[in-house]
Design a protein. Structure first.
Length: 490
């Protein structure tokens, strides 16, 4: 069957086509549904389908368009990560005991998407508890990478990235604390934006069966995913802004404009190495090519700076603080084992695995001292961003790898240029932005020699999300972006 001309268009392009009456919202929705029904038996990205309500919403959008209404997402098909509450649909986070949990209210971000006219097709697959860079669980099964079905699409927003790459609508909602927006975008060759911490309120992105109340979860954010950089801004502007029942009582959103509007005006620091976790030759080659192109376009590109925070210490601090948060939710028997293991650690053991173990059993006093160290890091980043507008660096050390569902992640290995590394050590790269709450935009840079997507993240200054987003748009415009996977480019 021939591919529809709309399947891989951006939301910006689809919105223009809707306004010009070149296509209807019902046609766009049915086109996306047809692709899901044709292809998702292979990909398994859409774990919860909501097609009847989507068709109804599309019909309402067409009526509104005929009246001359204009909203940011009016008539645009959208998917959302399974972890977002949508009234009447299951929210399980992949936990089998919660397979029948159905919230009665939409998450705030879902309400905002609907109010902006978005047509929600369904929910996308996740790993159990959103705790892996692979997306599989006993309720919904395994999601595959559209570029190679034997490989991970990333996680924990892996269903969303796979859906975008396969042409199931132009937009999706995801979340991130360990790279869960940026990693799947990287592995599936699409775009994602990890917003500045607390920019997008998370009410209703809630583990079941807990109530959906305003809550700040340390380092955790929700954000947009798309097949084009401009679409990230479109969806971010819908999702962002304080929760009206909480901070919105006293605060209003007023993000600054991007620092520059031309590539030649940007001052960029490009990093391709990490003392604790290298990037492989595919990633380094893509970054080298990008750095050369940016220099050729007139950007001021530096490859090192004494202003850049200490990678080693920042990564160790991130491991402790991340696991201090996540460890609070571990079962008692796992925590007991972690305490026993941590008690046996040598004070000289500064491996990332050791820091994760320390974090799982951290006292509140230890966390307070770590929080002080994080404040110092934030100050270093502020100083760096006086001399640079953005930092470009890897998201992960390798392209997508084969599925590995062995139960103990600390025993898994990732191969980087022939040498095995501990699987969770990959947290080091996404953690660069996560620890201090900085905005970071995932940008695809084409395909590796094996036909797998590669890309980078653009880290920007705190609350200056529009700067990395604008740079991503310029890179896409100048050098290209998403490339449809051959298996699904029909």
């Amino acid at each position: 069957m021939a591919r529809s001309e709309w399947s891989f268009k951006s939301a910006v392009e689809l919105s223009a086509a809707l306004t010009a009456k070149k296509v209807s919202a019902v046609e766009l929705t049915q086109d996306a549904i047809d692709r899901i029904e044709r292809h998702d038996g292979k990909v398994n990205a859409i774990c919860v389908r909501d097609f009847d309500r989507a068709r109804s919403a599309a019909r309402e959008a067409d009526v509104a368009l005929a009246r001359g209404e204009r909203k940011p997402l009016l008539g645009i098909p959208v998917t959302a990560k399974e972890s977002f509450n949508i009234a009447g649909l299951p929210t399980t986070w992949g936990w089998m005991p919660q397979k029948d949990f159905k919230p009665t209210e939409d998450a705030l971000s879902i309400s905002r998407v609907k109010n902006a006219g978005g047509v929600i097709l369904g929910k996308t697959n996740v790993p159990v508890g959103l705790g892996d860079w692979q997306s599989y669980n006993d309720i919904y099964g395994t999601t595959n990478n559209p570029y190679d079905l034997g490989r991970t699409p990333g996680g924990s927003s892996g269903g969303s990235s796979a859906a975008l790459a396969a042409g199931y609508g132009p937009l999706s909602l995801g979340s991130d604390i360990g790279g869960s927006l940026r990693v799947p975008a990287f592995h599936c060759g699409v775009y994602a934006h990890k917003p500045t911490y607390n920019l997008c309120p998370t009410r209703g992105h809630t583990p079941p069966p807990f109530p959906a109340v305003p809550m700040e979860r340390d380092m955790a954010v929700i954000g947009p995913m798309a097949r084009s950089a401009a679409d990230l801004t479109l969806l971010l502007d819908v999702m962002a802004g304080p929760d009206p029942v909480d901070l919105g009582i006293g605060y209003k959103l007023a993000l600054p404009d991007a620092r520059h509007d031309r590539l030649k005006d940007f001052r960029l620091l490009v990093i391709d190495s990490h003392p604790l976790l290298p990037a492989n030759s595919d990633i380094r080659s893509a970054i080298e090519t990008l750095a050369g192109r940016l220099t050729g376009a007139g950007a001021n590109v530096a490859r090192e700076s004494p202003l850049f925070p200490d990678f080693r210490e920042a990564s160790r601090l991130y491991m402790r603080m991340l696991m201090s948060f996540l460890g609070a939710f571990l079962p008692p028997d796992i925590l007991a084992g972690a305490r026993a293991g941590a008690a046996q650690l040598s004070p000289d053991d500064k491996s990332l695995a050791a820091e994760r173990l320390r974090g799982m059993t951290s006292s509140h006093q230890a966390w307070v001292f770590d929080e002080g160290a994080r404040a110092g890091l934030r100050a270093q980043w502020r100083q760096l961003f006086r001399s640079f507008d953005a930092v470009i660096c890897p998201i992960m050390p390798t392209p997508a790898y084969p599925h590995d569902h062995s139960p103990e992640q600390e025993k898994r290995r990732i191969n980087i240029d022939g040498k095995d590394h501990v699987y969770p050590d990959q947290l080091a790269w996404p953690g660069i932005a996560t620890l201090t709450g900085l905005p970071a935009t995932a940008v695809p840079l084409g395909l590796s020699k094996d036909g797998l997507p590669v890309g980078v993240q653009i880290i920007g200054p705190f609350l200056e999300d529009r700067t990395p987003l604008r740079l991503a748009e310029l890179i896409e415009c100048e050098f290209g972006g998403f490339q449809p996977p051959p298996l699904f480019n029909d």
